[in-house]
Design a protein. Sequence first.
Length: 200
Amino acid sequence: MRKGWIGLSLSLVTVFCGTTHALTSIYTLQLNIAYPALGTQKMIEIDDERKTKTVRGCIVGSDIAALSLVLVKQGENDIPGLTDTQSPKRLGPKRASKIRKLFSLSKEDDVRKYVIRREVQPKKEGKKPYTKAPKIQRLVTPLTLQRKRARLSLKKKAAESAREQAADYAKLLAQRVKDRKEKRSEVRKRLSSLRKSATA
């Protein structure tokens, strides 16, 4: 599958990719065309028995059976099944900020009341259809705020304990340095007293 950007009208299919190349194949070529503006898709099969078929502006190998294309500019006429119909979105937004943006909600409004639900037909006969709604992502609830406070309190406690441990370690280090100095001074005093007694 090779992707390209296309401009379509009823009479001409043009693919913009850079250079011109000829298709030397006698097999069926499929063009899978998407129109993101309306959310529609269409597949066109080109079954040409001639030895050469051209797709202007794009390098296409003879072994490629289908091209995936995107419509970027529409011509004067509509393409039936692609630009004359509109495919409604099956699913609504899932993220909380995107739901707020869609319905122009403020931060005080409850996003859960505005979730787009879709109706599901059960596979078994006799059962009533039911609706499904997506799980809202990045939703700020009292539970998430509580968890955030718990994380922050744990961080604060960890920082305080680290400071206390560092202070205790500094005290212990200072005490050991002081003890070493005292021992050295005692040893020096003993040596000096021994020297004095030896000389006397």
